[in-house]
Design a protein. Structure first.
Lengths: 220, 837, 122
């Protein structure tokens, strides 16, 4: 939204500011709220500093105790309370809590330096993830060697792929399309090239794409 | 200030003191233990490492300046960014603050030196040798390359088989010995080694900041040291702690690392904030307002900073409620920080601010640090963090916080205190353009980098495709970084010019009101010709007048006797003088100890494990040799200290600084041990691959005998002290303590040996290490008890001179209690494992 | 061996710890809540109902929260002004101790209030 006002480009294949799903959109909204809020706070604090240097009379009337009390405690604390509540509420909405019926579950297995995706009926694909658009998908993420991190910036937050653990992240693509995915945790020399492509399909295209995998793409 | 003692001729006093305190020339320089000398050396060395780290940063900025500029492959690039982070955090920031603290602290407190001058020197050598190992490894092309956070399993022997990771683990642990030494030294010095009359509410605010920072180090560094030891044990001997295939968990490393890593950020920031709190009042020409509120705020920051480490781990799959604890604490830390910022602004508002170069740099601090704080609050919010984590947004944030919160204040501090170091003032010509280059270059480098991160650029990628759309942002960052470098080069030139050609001044160029300016500049080796009596808060002094009086010898200890290096200790709260602290002379012993410790580290690095035992023995022996000739063979009783007062030499008192040092060493050691117990519990709770096939079975006879031996060691220590203070010989009791410690070592080792295969599962490995670690503590107990015997034979012990046994008793008690806890912990984990199946 | 004067000095030294007392309660609360949260999730206490739709997990966390808030309140009340005159530095130690306790109590509530509502084991 306001992005265009300020900067030529908030867009890009991996831009978290160009969300294509509810998780990324929530984070982006939170970002813009915090961005404007922080800008206002920064200007306000700078103004107080400038006053202290050039026009200290009103601040002197407030007194040092008043300044510490209002500027140091009440003002930041009230902002924090509101912000933390907003962030917690948003966070709760993004959790992969169990529900009925369970969302589609796709396993993402990371290894140096490749992503393997396993679909419910045992199909697999490498470095190319197929998912249905318009509904939630639970990605069960793990690793076979070192720590990696599964991140599709335009769909939502990242989750680490940790050997011996399985982490679940719930993402949704609002519309069909192709998005970029990366490994976000340093995992050795191949970290840079450990990227993958996400293809969000209409429901029937998704089923067809996954079906096709059984016969072909798997053994890359 | 009343003068009760006829002062001698100031020139003669100066000559007498200088003869005792001055560091010799030539090779004798290596024997320096003086805080002024060593503080400067720390600062210079840290600045050299800063230059190395900066050079590495330049390479990073060239590599990713655009999608076309990559000039090294990912393997080398991994070494470059790992070393950049490692050097800046461990070899620049922490030692730089230590250097400032070492140089300034005694002068702020109205003392002649720190409590443990030889420890300062030993810490310096550990720092230099440890840092050199890392730099040599880099020059040899085998620098660490797993990131400065060294996440396992990437840093384990499976995925990093070479020596690279060992260099980090051993080299950094070596450097951290120096940090812990400095921490103990700072804590004890602030609490005890102050000028008479400086009650706890009269200390310069910087002393408060340093005290609290040093306490944080005592509790913050041990988790990382433990983690490094465990990871090195896993790499070298296959004991699994982090290997998920054998009951370990890579998350344990992350917890241990960040349990250190987050407090570390505040450990770096707080001393700089202390420097800000010293400079603002001087330039505001008004005393610091909210002195007490600031102290409460710093205490709050110190604690809160230990409750937010998981915000580096928001994406590892921890439940939302747990994330919420850390998220709230991370946000909350903004409040005490804001208290400090508004106290500074209020000081400026109350005063009549005056412009000078340090104020310019403080303006840079304010601008950059506030922005860093705001992005910090953003990152504390979980849903946003999930997006921004491990992207260049975080890179931008952390540089705003660390450069804003440390580098800018330290540059202000450099301009503020450099006249103190050199006795010369700057002529401003280069400092202003240097500032604008650094400030402009910094913001150009890092401001838009927030956007780079939000556009999806992950950290630590060695190159990127042009389609990603990050080229223009990275190019701007790289251009900015080169401007910043030019600025730093100008800064260095300016400092050199000032040191060489600056105008000399007589005293106190800023009209500061704190004790460090109440002395000639550059300072003499003994700092104060005589010690002041502080009668008001120590930032309300007339430094010029006081300095002249003290140089004339009218304060405490305005004389020399017995060739002793004397200063005073005070009651912690009231500031009443209570001991005459006699400090050690210049000596090469710290250098030998540092070399022996270095030999030990190198043996481990090159896997000469048997030889390493010899090196370790040498190191311990060389440290023990420090006590040779210390203390006295006969009681001297209370001695005059000037102004009509008397005090006993410290070795004839109940709780001299060295006793307190032992208390704080035990606190740090206890944290190390607690971290191990936490690790054992954490693995049982969280790690994959549990429970193991069998629980360890420690038996019953060995553990019971072991508890008896531990108890009797403590009894021996207590009996020895009681006998000595009753006027009897402590020998028998000390022999009992020796024998008991020996028995405990044998029993603990047998229990450890009874564990079939410690490499098979983390459960066995943790039990094994818990027991061996307890045996090591008993080994130290054996050394302390044996040392007591040796001191008694030497005639250093008497009813009044019981210090050696008092310190020993602390350790005997501690090793007994923690030894028992270790034995019980093995039983407890075995029970947990058994009950889980 | 300790003379009465030395004993008094030891007492004064110990009183310095008052300045850290409040936040020590906060730290203990942190360890207790984070530790027991992990234990509860490991053993599935969030799936066991205690009373009125509140799980065992949430109940035990609420109890821990209440205990530590109560301890914080008790400390702050115990340290409340007026502060006794205790010689040089004594008044100051009480002042800092009291306000640190108040700050710590606020921090405890702020840091851990999530136990009332947030999802415990996902």
């Amino acid at each position: 939204m306001a992005c265009t006002l300020f900067l030529a480009g908030c867009s890009g294949p991996l831009s978290a500011l160009e969300p294509e799903g509810p998780s990324a959109r929530g984070a982006a909204t939170l970002w813009w709220v915090m961005f404007y809020g922080s800008a206002a706070i920064f200007v306000a604090v700078s103004a107080v500093l400038a006053m202290a240097l050039f026009r200290p009379a009103p601040l002197r009337r407030l007194g040092p105790e008043g300044m510490i009390r209002w500027g140091g405690i009440f003002f930041p604390l009230s902002n924090l309370v509101l912000l933390v509540i907003a962030a917690f509420v948003l966070g709760e909405r993004l959790l992969a809590t169990p529900r009925d019926p369970a969302p589609l579950r796709i396993e993402a297995v990371a290894r140096q330096w490749q992503w393997e995706f396993r679909y419910p009926d045992g199909e697999t694909s490498f470095d190319r993830l197929h998912m249905p658009a318009g509904r939630d998908v639970d990605f069960a993420v793990t690793s076979e060697d070192v720590i990696h991190s599964f991140w599709i910036p335009r769909l939502g937050g990242k989750i680490d792929a940790i050997p011996g653990h399985e982490n679940v992240v719930r993402l949704r693509a609002d519309r069909p399309g192709t998005f970029g995915g990366v490994c976000a945790e340093f995992c050795g020399p191949g970290h840079t090239v450990m990227t993958f492509t996400v293809e969000a399909h209409e429901e029937e295209d998704f089923l067809a794409s996954v079906d096709e995998l059984g016969n072909g793409e798997g053994g890359q | 200030m009343s003068i009760e003692q006829a002062s001698p001729n100031p020139i003669r006093l100066h000559k007498e003191l200088a003869a005792l305190w001055d560091t010799p020339a030539g090779w004798g320089r290596l024997s320096a233990v003086n805080h002024t000398v060593l503080g400067k050396r720390f600062i210079v060395a840290a600045f050299v490492f800063f230059a190395i780290g900066g050079l590495l940063a330049m390479l990073i900025r060239v590599q990713i300046a655009t999608s076309q500029t990559a000039f090294v492959g990912p393997e080398i690039y991994g070494q470059i960014f790992t070393m950049h982070g490692t050097v800046m955090m461990f070899l620049f920031a922490i030692p730089m603050f230590e250097g400032f603290a070492i140089y300034l602290l005694p002068k702020l407190l109205g003392a002649r030196d720190l409590a443990f001058p030889r420890l300062t020197a030993y810490g310096f050598w550990c720092y230099i040798f440890g840092g050199s190992i890392l730099i040599c490894a880099m020059l040899a092309g085998v620098a660490p390359d797993s990131g400065w956070f060294m996440y396992t399993p990437l840093s384990s022997s499976t995925y990093t088989p070479g020596i690279n990771a060992d260099v980090w683990l051993l080299g950094i642990t070596f450097v951290e010995i120096s940090a812990l030494a400095a921490a103990v030294e700072i804590v004890v010095t602030v609490l005890k080694v102050r000028a008479p009359g400086m009650s706890i509410d009269r200390m310069p605010i910087m002393a408060w900041y340093l005290l609290i920072t040093a306490l944080m180090m005592l509790f913050g560094f041990p988790p990382l040291i433990l983690g490094s030891i465990l990871l090195e044990l896993e790499r070298a001997f296959g004991l699994p702690f982090f290997d998920p295939t054998r009951g370990g968990d890579s998350l344990l490393w992350q917890h241990l690392f960040w349990l250190f890593g987050h407090p570390e950020v505040y450990i770096i920031f707080l001393p700089a904030a202390g420097a800000v709190s010293m400079m603002i009042p001087t330039f505001a020409r008004h005393e610091l307002v909210g002195y007490r509120a600031i102290i409460v705020a710093v205490i709050a920051v110190a604690f809160l900073s230990f409750g937010l480490w998981v915000h580096h781990m928001f994406t590892v799959g921890i439940p939302h409620l747990a994330l919420a604890f850390f998220s709230a604490a991370s946000g909350l830390v903004a409040v005490p920080t804001a208290v400090q910022i508004f106290a500074w602004i209020a000081t400026l508002a109350q005063g009549r601010p005056r412009y000078d170069v340090p104020m310019l740099y403080l303006g840079g601090f304010f601008f950059v640090f506030v922005l860093g704080g705001l992005t910090g609050v953003m990152l504390a919010m979980v849903p946003f963090n999930w997006q921004a984590h491990d992207t260049h947004f975080v890179v931008a944030h952390l540089h705003y916080v660390l450069v804003g919160g440390f580098v800018f204040p330290m540059m202000a501090a450099a301009y503020y205190w450099l006249p103190h170091f050199t006795g010369r003032v700057s002529d401003h010509r280069l400092s202003v353009p240097a500032f604008w280059l650094i400030f402009g270059g910094f913001n150009l480098t890092f401001f838009l980098m927030h956007l780079t991160g939000l556009l999806g650029m992950p950290r630590r990628v060695a190159f990127y495709p042009v389609e990603a759309g990050w080229d223009w942002l990275n190019l701007i960052s790289s251009v900015g970084s080169f401007l910043m470098t030019i600025g730093f080069a100008l800064f260095v030139v300016d400092l050199v010019v000032q040191v060489r050609f600056g105008k000399a001044f007589r005293r106190n160029p800023w009209n500061a009101r704190t004790p460090e300016w109440a002395m000639p500049t550059p300072p003499t080796s003994y700092a104060f010709g005589s010690l002041p009596h502080i009668e008001d808060r120590a930032d309300r002094l007339d430094a010029d007048k006081l300095g002249a009086e003290l140089a004339g010898g009218s304060g405490y200890l305005g004389f020399t006797r017995n060739g002793w290096l004397e200063t005073l200790t005070v009651d912690m709260t009231s500031g009443r003088p209570d001991q005459l602290l006699v400090l050690p002379n210049q000596t090469f012993k710290p250098l030998w100890s540092g070399l022996a410790t270095g030999a030990f580290v190198l043996c481990l690095l090159f896997k000469f494990y048997w030889l390493s035992l010899a090196a370790l023995a040498l190191a311990v022996a060389s440290l023990l040799a420090w006590t040779q000739g210390m203390g006295a063979r006969e009681d001297v009783g209370a001695l005059p200290i000037g102004r009509g007062e008397v005090a006993a030499p410290h070795w004839e008192t109940e709780r001299p600084p060295s006793w307190w040092a032992m208390v704080f060493c035990i606190a740090a050691e206890g944290t190390l041990f607690a971290s191990l117990l936490f690790g054992a519990l954490f693995l049982w709770l969280v790690a994959p691959g549990w429970p193991p096939p069998d629980a360890v079975s420690p038996g019953t006879i060995l553990p019971v005998l072991c508890l008896v031996a531990l108890g009797s060691a403590a009894l021996g220590g207590r009996g020895a002290l009681a006998a000595l203070t009753a006027g009897n010989s402590p020998s028998v009791w000390l022999m009992l303590a020796c024998a008991s410690h020996l028995a405990a070592i044998v029993l603990l080792a047998s229990m450890a040996a009874g564990i079939d295969d410690p490499t098979a599962h983390a459960h066995y490995a943790t039990a094994f290490v818990t027991l061996i670690y307890a045996a090591v503590r008993s080994g130290l107990g054996l050394i302390f008890a044996g040392h007591g015997l040796w001191r008694e034979r030497g005639g250093y012990l008497s009813q009044a001179r019981s210090l050696d046994l008092r310190i020993g008793k602390l350790w005997h008690d501690y090793s007994a209690v923690t030894g028992a806890i270790a034995v019980l912990a093995v039983f407890a984990t075995a029970w947990l494992v058994g009950s889980a199946r | 061996m300790s003379s009465p004067a030395a004993k008094m000095a030891h007492g004064r030294n110990a009183r310095l710890l008052l300045m850290a007392a409040g936040f020590t309660i906060w730290a203990v609360a942190f360890i207790a809540l984070y530790g027991m949260l992990s234990v509860g999730c490991r053993f599935g206490w969030d799936r066991i109902d205690a009373v009125a739709g509140i799980s065992v997990q949430r109940l035990q966390l609420l109890v821990l929260f209440a205990v530590h808030v109560a301890a914080g309140v008790a400390l702050a009340v115990g340290l409340r002004p007026p502060f006794p005159r205790e010689g040089a530095g004594g008044h100051f130690v009480r002042w800092v101790g009291y306000w640190a306790a108040v700050a710590a109590l606020g921090s405890t509530v702020f840091s851990f209030a999530g136990v009332f509502a947030l999802t415990a084991c996902y």
